[in-house]
Design a protein around this ligand. Structure first.
Ligand code: FES
Ligand SMILES: [Fe+2]
Length: 431
């Protein structure tokens, strides 16, 4: 890849081609439970734009530009009203469409002027779904918000984890179509972190990549798995354009700007049959640290933290003009080609891959899911314990470091885990 192409695929600001492509999709930007009675306003930077996300006193979410239209004060220090957000400097107020609805001094002195009607700030549509706050920053009309099937599975304990990663979004997303790294980064490296003399884990023998309506799929054959294993017959999904779907969870890589990415993950754990029916009242959201304060180095103990190390290690914006692709990278090449196809579709005035316009097609969308049977139908506690992957989840949260104890406790209650020994978070998870 030459430098010009690397710039084309990584720049996300307003007016850039890739920024335009990504803006044509709904993006998860926060967990709804991050907003409580007192925590109602949050500054947020998305695709190079400084914005403010708020929940007003009626419970409506709004996403507006950071600067007040009046004299540019920071609206993230404003306060919410029954309808919308008010600037703390002179009290101008805006509703969720960005329309100025109150200009207290001007309204008092010359109410007939209706000056406020002429003032509107940038605002983007926001929706709540599956406990996530979603935003759409693209041209209107907005497409449908995809309702993935896993969001509707019952009897599950769900949690949302948010972290800011200091590198470009594309190197994070390329990780979603990279099966071989599991063997090295998550298995062999994890084992060696625990025991420097440990044996390597099972090898990949074959990988395959396919394209489907909502993304790409990778499949793997590993020497320890039978040929009819679902990792080979079904595989995992590089969900278009910036998500990784692994059967029991989603990982979105939402661009903050060219050099930062919001990692937003949504996890579903099916409770054992003995615990059914289980209804979760609300989905907890927590922020995962990425740096170990004791050493100043990246945390390396959990699956996603290990990925963060790979992504950030590639540089703020990976220089693809200096890489040497191997045979395991065919999926990466497919991903990049698809991005080019999408850019051309937009130039022709068409929707890029994965954009859904028909509301009836946006509901309960199934995705290839190698673990679908267990996640949809459940299993006994003993059955989960014996499961190759899910058994480990009963002992600790394996995906990201920093889970608050309160969330682990809620999970244990939901799963019917009694007297679980707390495993220290700084122990490497060996898989
Ligand atoms: S700067 Fe916001 S009301 Fe004056
Ligand atoms: Fe990974």
């Amino acid at each position: 890849m030459d430098l010009a192409e690397n710039i084309l695929l990584t720049q996300v600001g307003p007016g850039t081609p890739m920024g335009g492509l990504l803006r044509r999709h709904w993006m998860p930007i926060a967990g709804a439970t991050e907003f409580g009675e007192t925590d109602r306003i949050k500054p947020i930077r998305l695709m190079g734009e400084d914005l403010v996300l708020y929940k007003d006193l009626s419970g409506t979410f709004g996403l507006v530009q950071k600067e007040c239209a009046h004299r540019r004060a920071d609206l993230s220090y404003g306060f919410v009203e029954k309808c919308g957000i008010r600037c703390n400097y002179h009290g101008w107020a805006y509703d969720q469409t960005g329309q100025c609805v109150e200009m207290p001094f001007e309204d008092t002195v010359v109410p007939q002027a209706k000056y406020k009607d002429k003032i509107c700030i940038t605002a983007y549509p926001v929706k709540l779904h599956a406990g996530l706050v979603w935003a759409y920053l693209g041209p209107l009309p907005a497409p449908e918000l995809p309702d993935w099937e896993l969001f509707n599975f019952t009897n599950g304990f769900r949690q949302i984890v948010v972290s800011q990663i200091p590198c470009n979004w594309l190197q994070c997303q390329e990780n979603s179509i990279d099966p071989v790294h599991f063997e090295w980064m998550h298995t062999n490296w994890s084992r060696r972190l625990v025991d420097i003399t440990s044996e390597h884990g099972p090898k990949h023998l074959q990988v395959a990549f396919d394209s489907f309506e909502y993304g790409l799929v990778y499949r793997r054959q590993r020497e320890d798995l039978p040929e009819d294993h679902t990792m080979w017959t079904v595989g995992r999904v590089c969900l278009w354009p910036n998500c990784f779907f692994l059967g029991d969870h989603f990982e979105w890589r939402v661009p903050v700007d060219d050099e930062n990415t919001l990692s937003i993950s949504w996890f579903y754990a099916r409770v054992p049959r003995e615990q059914e029916p289980y209804v979760q009242r609300e989905i907890p959201t927590w922020h995962g640290p990425v740096v170990d304060p004791a050493t100043g180095r990246w945390i390396n103990t959990h699956v996603l933290n290990q990925d963060f190390i790979a992504w950030c290690g590639q540089g703020k914006i990976a220089d693809r003009s200096r890489e040497k692709l191997g045979l395991g990278d065919r999926g990466i090449q497919m991903l990049r080609r698809q991005l080019h196809d999408d850019l051309q579709a937009i130039e022709r005035g068409e929707d890029p891959k994965g954009v859904i316009r028909d509301p009836s097609r946006a509901r309960n969308i199934p995705l290839p899911n190698s673990e679908r049977t267990y996640l949809a139908e459940g299993d006994t506690f003993a059955g989960i314990q014996a499961h190759r992957a899910f058994g480990a989840h009963l002992v600790r949260f394996v995906f990201q470091a920093g889970q608050p104890k309160a969330v682990w406790d809620q999970y244990c209650t939901a799963m019917g885990i009694v007297g679980a020994e707390i495993v220290s978070d700084d122990k490497v998870i060996s898989i």
